[in-house]
Design a binder for this molecule. Structure first.
Ligand code: ADP
Length: 476
C-alpha cells in the first residue's frame, strides 16, 4: 500500500498500531506481575525462613523433647514437612507422615557447592558441622506456592486490566464521533435538513462525516429541484387549463363561436405541454433503468438509422414548430448509419433545436450540422445558435436535472430544466458523448457524437458529395 493510501486510512493505522502497543503493554504487565510480584511474594520469604528453621532445628538435636515439639508445631501451624538425614542417608528425625527418600551420594556432593536448593515448594538445606563440611541435610516440603494455573490466571488478569484500561481512549475516540454522526443522521431523517457534521478530521471518520454532508447537500438540492419541478409543471399547466375551462364554459353557455376561437390557443398550449411531459417521463424512465444496476443503461429500442435521415427529419420538424425561424442545416460527406433508438435521438435533436430557438432572438439563424468522424467512427451533430449564451460557471451544470440559468429564467421561456439532462442520458446510453461551448456574445454550440453502426455502412449522403449547405428557412 502506498504512503498516500496509508495516510488516507489514518484510523486503520491508528487502530493497528494501538493493537500492537496494547499487546506489548499486556505482555510487559504479565511479565512484571509474574517476575516481580508473584514469584518473590511466593518464594521470597519462604526460602530463607525455611532454611533458617532447618538450621535452628538441627541445633536442637541434643534436646530431643524440644526438637520433637518444634517439629510437631511446624507441621501443625505452617503445614511444613521437615526430615533431617545424616550424610550417609540415615533418617535422623522427621515430622512427615511419609518421609522422603534420602539424597543419592552425588546429590549430597552437589550440596557442598549449592547448600540450599528450592524448586516448586520442595527444598534441600545443607547442615554443616564445626569443620564446615556437610554432615547432615534437611529435606523440606512447604505448602505449594499456588498452582501454576493460579499464576497464569493472575498474569492474564494483569494483561486484561492493561488492555481494558488502554483501549478506553481509542474506543472513545471512535465511538464518540460515530455516535454524533448517528444523532445527526437521526436528526436529518426526522426532517432537520440543516443537520451537518462539518468535520475537520483527516481520517476515515472524517471521510464518513464529509460523505454525510455531501449526501445531505445533494438530498436538499434534489428536494429543492423537485419542488421547483412541481411548481414549474403546475405553472405550465395553469394557462392551458384556464383556457380549457373558459372554452368549456363558453360552449356550455352556447357561445360556440368564441369557444372555438380558443381552440387554436389550447392546441398550441398542448403542443408545448407534450414535450415537457415527454421529458419528465423520459427522465423518470432513464432514472428507473439506472436503478436496476450500477451501470445499467436505459432500455434502447435500437435499429439501423441513417444519420442523414435523422437530421433531415429534425430540420423538417423544426420548420413546422417554428415557421418564422431560420434554420441552416448542412450534411457533411459520408454521414454514417447508426445503430440507435430513433425516437430517443429525435428527442435529443428536438430538445437542442428548441433550446436554440428559445434562447436566441427570432431574427437569429440557427445552425444544424451533421458530419462523419473517424476513429472512432461516429456521427458528430452540432447545434449552434447566436443567442444569450451560457455563463462559464454554468456550462457543466446545464446538464444537471432542473438546472436553469438565471438569464434563461428572466426570459420566461418555460421549461423545467430537464431537456439537457435527457439529452445527455440518451447520448450516453448510445455510447456517445455530448459537450457544449458557449460565450455570452457569440451564442452556444452543442456537440453530440454518436457511434456509427458497427456494420460501417454509410447513409443517404454519398461519400463523394461535396458538403451541400441547405436552408430550411420557412416560407413564412
Ligand atoms: P429547459 O430548457 O427546460 O429550461 P434544459 O435542460 O433544456 O431545460 O436547459 C437547461 C438550462 O440550460 C436552460 O434553462 C438554460 O438556462 C440553459 N440553456 C440550454 N440551452 C441553451 C442555449 N442554447 N442557450 C443558452 N442557454 C441554454
Amino acid at each position: 500500500m502506498t504512503l498516500a493510501r496509508w495516510r488516507a486510512r489514518r484510523l486503520l493505522v491508528r487502530v493497528y498500531l494501538h493493537g500492537i502497543l496494547l499487546l506489548a503493554l499486556a505482555a510487559a504487565a504479565s511479565f512484571f506481575v509474574g517476575s516481580y510480584l508473584l514469584k518473590p511474594a511466593i518464594e521470597g520469604p519462604t526460602r530463607p525462613s525455611t532454611a533458617w528453621i532447618a538450621w535452628h532445628l538441627d541445633s536442637l538435636r541434643d534436646q530431643p523433647a524440644v526438637l520433637a515439639q518444634e517439629l510437631a508445631d511446624l507441621q501443625q501451624r505452617v503445614k511444613t514437612d521437615m526430615s533431617i538425614f545424616a550424610r550417609d542417608g540415615r533418617l535422623l528425625v522427621s515430622n512427615a507422615a511419609a518421609p522422603p527418600p534420602p539424597l543419592s551420594p552425588e546429590e549430597v556432593v552437589r550440596l557442598e557447592q549449592k547448600p540450599t536448593e528450592f524448586v516448586d515448594g520442595i527444598g534441600v538445606v545443607a547442615l554443616r558441622g564445626a569443620s564446615g563440611a556437610v554432615e547432615r541435610y534437611a529435606r523440606i516440603k512447604y505448602p505449594a506456592p499456588g498452582s501454576p494455573f493460579g499464576t497464569a490466571a493472575a498474569q492474564l488478569v494483569a494483561a486484561l486490566a492493561v488492555i481494558a484500561l488502554m483501549s478506553m481512549p481509542l474506543a472513545r475516540s471512535i465511538s464518540a464521533p460515530v455516535e454524533r454522526l448517528a444523532q445527526l443522521t437521526r436528526r436529518f431523517g426526522s426532517g432537520d435538513l440543516s443537520a451537518r457534521a462539518h468535520s475537520e478530521r483527516g481520517d476515515e471518520i472524517g471521510d464518513l462525516a464529509r460523505a454525510f454532508d455531501e449526501m445531505a447537500d445533494r438530498v436538499v438540492a434534489l428536494r429543492r429541484s423537485e419542488k421547483e419541478l412541481l411548481a414549474n409543471v403546475s405553472h405550465e399547466l395553469r394557462t392551458p387549463l384556464a383556457r380549457i375551462r373558459l372554452a368549456l364554459e363558453l360552449a356550455r353557455d352556447g357561445d360556440t363561436a368564441r369557444a372555438r376561437s380558443y381552440l387554436e390557443d389550447i392546441e398550441e398550449d398542448l403542443g408545448e405541454l407534450e414535450p415537457l411531459l415527454d421529458d419528465i417521463m423520459t427522465a423518470a424512465r432513464l432514472d428507473l433503468a439506472r436503478g436496476a444496476g450500477s451501470d445499467a443503461l436505459p432500455p434502447l429500442r435500437c435499429q439501423l438509422v441513417p444519420g442523414a435521415e435523422l437530421l433531415e427529419a429534425a430540420a423538417a420538424r423544426f420548420a413546422k414548430r417554428f415557421p418564422e425561424r431560420r434554420l441552416d442545416w448542412r450534411l457533411g460527406p459520408g454521414v454514417p448509419l447508426l445503430l440507435a433508438d430513433p425516437s430517443l435521438l429525435r428527442r435529443v435533436l428536438d430538445n437542442l433545436l428548441d433550446n436554440a430557438a428559445k434562447f436566441s432572438e427570432p431574427s437569429d439563424a440557427i445552425e444544424l450540422t451533421g458530419e462523419a468522424r473517424q476513429e472512432p467512427a461516429s456521427l458528430e451533430i452540432r447545434v449552434r445558435d447566436h443567442g444569450i449564451g451560457i455563463a462559464a460557471e454554468d456550462l457543466e451544470r446545464v446538464f444537471e436535472p432542473f438546472f436553469r440559468t438565471d438569464r434563461s429564467r428572466s426570459r420566461a421561456t418555460g421549461g423545467v430544466g430537464l431537456g439537457l439532462t435527457v439529452v445527455r442520458r440518451i447520448v450516453l446510453a448510445h455510447g456517445g458523448s455530448v459537450r457544449v461551448e458557449s460565450s455570452k456574445t457569440l451564442g452556444t454550440c452543442f456537440y453530440i457524437s454518436v457511434p456509427a453502426s458497427p456494420a460501417g455502412a454509410v447513409s443517404a449522403a454519398p461519400a463523394d458529395s461535396a458538403p451541400t449547405p441547405e436552408s430550411a428557412e420557412s416560407a413564412a
